[in-house]
Design a protein around this ligand. Structure first.
Ligand code: CA
Length: 246
């Protein structure tokens, strides 16, 4: 594009004047922004942060508004070094992407990419999509776990780097906009009793430290599509093919 020299300053003035820049939404006071001095300290003081590094290396932004579950699955499968399909955009290199995840016929039997694009996914579908690859999946409904059980299952997982946790929660319940959401949990801070959620909607919110009790409450909310509560999923290596436990 050729820009006339008299037009360019005008465009620059408009862009700067309207505050056009990458900008996430403000976060409410109950949450700690990971991108802050306090947020950084909470990670440095954490004694259950084994998942932070493998997940942060694979951290992606969801490709569309309904793809939080897809982005989260891709992060976990890549972090676990599960045998990945070819990604044509990277010639013959192999990595899970939010497109090629659905190339597997077993994955498509659960849901197609178009199904997810239209309506997102439930907790059960999250578990089944993960289990269409060679991993062991445990699905826990929020209605079935106490606060202590939730904390101890997740903290135990965060102390090992070869398994991962995805959480399905209601955003309004923790003071965010809007509806249900899915993202990985990457660390636990014991002193403040908070989990670090690596929010895959990176255009919207930064990663946040959320009180375990608030996340547990947000997980016990009803998903109107499934008629059940939201919850969390534990994913670990499997030596005997795929397996999903409810
Ligand atoms: Ca882990």
């Amino acid at each position: 594009m050729n820009l006339n020299s008299s037009v360019l300053p005008l465009i620059l003035t408009v862009l700067i004047g309207s505050g056009v820049k990458a900008q996430t939404l403000d976060i409410s006071e109950n949450l700690v922004n990971f991108n802050s001095a306090e947020g950084e300290s909470l990670l440095l003081e954490s004694e259950a942060r084994q998942d932070y590094f493998p997940l942060s290396i694979q951290f992606v932004t969801q490709n569309n508004l309904a793809y939080c579950g897809v982005a989260s699955i891709v992060m976990v499968l890549n972090a676990m070094s599960i045998e990945a399909p070819e990604a044509p955009e990277y010639r013959n290199y192999r990595i899970f992407t939010q497109e090629n995840l659905f190339n597997n016929p077993q994955t498509q039997q659960v849901m197609t990419a178009e199904d997810v694009r239209r309506g997102g996914m439930t907790l059960e579908q999250l578990g089944l999509l993960l289990a269409s690859y060679s991993v062991r999946v445990e699905v826990h409904y929020g209605s079935d776990v106490t606060l202590d059980e939730f904390r101890s299952l997740v903290v135990e997982n965060l102390q090992r780097s070869d398994n991962f946790v995805l959480v399905n929660y209601s955003r309004p319940s923790i003071g965010q906009e809007r509806g249900g959401h899915i993202s990985p949990i990457a660390a636990y801070n014991e002193a403040t009793d908070r989990f670090l959620v690596l929010d895959v909607a990176r255009y919207k919110y930064p990663p946040v430290w959320v009180k375990v009790e608030e996340l547990w409450e947000a997980m016990k909310t009803l998903d109107s599509v499934s008629g059940k509560t939201r919850g969390f999923v534990l994913i670990s290596p499997s030596l005997s093919g795929n397996e999903v436990l409810f």
